[in-house]
Design a protein around this ligand. Sequence first.
Ligand SMILES: [Zn+2]
Length: 191
Amino acid sequence: MDPSEQFVAELAHEFPKFRIVEKDTDFLSQSIDIALKIVTLGRQRSYLDGYYTVLGYTLYVPPGWARASPVDRVITLRHERIHLRQRERYGFPLMAFLYLVPFFPLGLAYGRARLEWEAYEETLIATAELAGLDAARSPALRARIVGRFVGPDYGWMWPFPKQVGRWYDAAMVRLERKLGATPAATPGAVT
Ligand SMILES: [Zn+2]
């Protein structure tokens, strides 16, 4: 069994209702895709092929899931496990409110940004543990994750690059401390 299959089995044990659904053949995902294209005026066009989404106990995956390496799958699943645990912590109505409602209006979705931040911090930890600290320190990864918060991907959920950059740098300091690494020079703040 590859490590990602083993991790899926662990998730199914922790969350008996957990299941994985492919977005491109799923009616709900196609409806959300259309709604997102409308509310972002066409800027979010990659919901079906670029993003993983947890709703309830279901993980909706893009076509890239089939091609991802086992390590990349586990990193993704560790991020999504945080969302599953948040769902347990907050219950479905509050989670749905924090997560979905702030798309309307766009822009200031602090509750959603904090939920995502907790999960992205786990992405960094998993990346360091499974792919190496250098992979977690990658400026490209930083730009991609910060972009998720400040750009159209999630409807400009927290469009403050300096603040998100500070969250990121603080998370890296915690991570390096946890791993006992010498802190790397902090990359410049994204502006
Ligand atoms: Zn997430």
